[in-house]
Design a protein around this ligand. Structure first.
Ligand code: AMP
Ligand code: MG
Length: 300
């Protein structure tokens, strides 16, 4: 994590931001026994009182799940564990095991009533697909409340910008090349936006069969989503929406992601397909600089 803020109150604002980040980590962690998520995952079907942030994240994630036909599903945690993505003790699960675990995966069975959350027995949540985006929103909010007009929030590669650079020019954000993560794919010039990427290169392992298995799972079959995309970058005003959509559109694949974008004009995106093409939406055409040798296709 790396936070940079400019302005008179920057020091205080960054201190408050760090406190908020630590707090969110404490309540959302799947391993910390005092976290809301841990309590839910060990609740045996009983109601758990959670913090407002947790309720916000669960509510938003369920909305995006509805909007994306279940491509995003925070109840996938038992499946993600089975693949070893939580412990780095990777293995390819048996199909019968995945089918058995999928019986207890369905975001529709999460019930939220104010700050009271209930999930069925055997259900387990992991909000990792949206946490960084939400955290970026909260940090940006704290900075703005401290009259900060220029800041760059980098949460492990998820970028959230406040205003423009102190000299008034746009922030320049580099996106990694999924085929060679030491190289950049493109540079985006932006202000006051979140830029969030989901990629198959972030966490993966190679199976004994020589195939690559990555951490973004298709809730339909419990296996890594392999629908033609290797990375999805979402650019928009709301970090939590960008983060949720980066994961969901990765799962949906190229065609469905393009169709989804057509029906909703509140974000821009950069898709990289497994046949080495870059698809960008027209809202960022003038703020996008290709620094790879891949072909760029403009969507409208
Ligand atoms: P992101 O990097 O934002 O795409 O989030 C990916 C993380 O979310 C993974 O490391 C998993 O912990 C979790 N995850 C994987 N697939 C899904 C999915 N389809 N819906 C919700 N969370 C997922
Ligand atoms: Mg995400």
């Amino acid at each position: 994590m790396n936070l940079t803020a400019y302005g008179e109150n920057a020091q205080t604002a960054l201190g408050k931001s760090a406190e908020k980040i630590i707090f969110l980590e404490e309540i959302l962690s799947v391993t910390n026994q005092n976290s809301d998520i841990y309590k839910l995952n060990n609740s045996n079907g009983n109601e758990v009182k959670v913090n407002e942030d947790t309720a916000n994240i669960i509510n938003t994630s369920c909305q995006i799940s509805d909007m994306t036909n279940g491509a995003l599903d925070i109840t996938l945690y038992p499946v993600i564990k089975e693949w070893g993505f939580t412990t780095e003790k990777y293995k390819i699960p048996e199909k019968t095991k995945l089918d058995e675990l999928l019986l207890n995966v369905n975001y529709k069975n999460i019930s939220v009533n104010g700050l009271s959350v209930t999930i069925p027995q055997k259900y387990q949540l992991d909000t990792g697909a949206l946490t960084k985006g939400y955290t970026g929103d909260k940090v940006a909010e704290i900075l703005k409340n401290h009259d900060i007009q220029s800041a760059l929030i980098n949460l492990g590669g998820n970028i959230h910008t406040v205003g423009s650079k102190p000299d008034g020019s746009l922030w320049r954000v580099g996106i990694k090349n999924p085929f060679d993560t030491n190289e950049q794919l493109c540079i985006l010039s932006i202000e006051d936006k979140a830029v969030i990427t989901s990629g198959n290169y972030e966490r993966y392992f190679e199976g004994d069969d020589g195939k690559k298995y990555w951490h973004i799972i298709d809730p339909k079959d419990g296996s890594p989503a392999d629908n033609g995309l290797v990375s999805v970058t979402i650019i928009g005003d709301s970090g939590i929406m960008c983060d949720a959509l980066s994961t969901a559109l990765f799962v949906m694949g190229k065609e469905k992601a393009i169709a989804y974008h057509k029906g909703s004009n509140d974000f821009d995106m950069i898709l990289v397909s497994d046949d080495r093409k870059i698809y960008i939406t027209n809202g960022i055409e003038n703020n996008f600089e290709n620094v790879s040798n891949m072909e760029v296709i403009l969507l409208n």
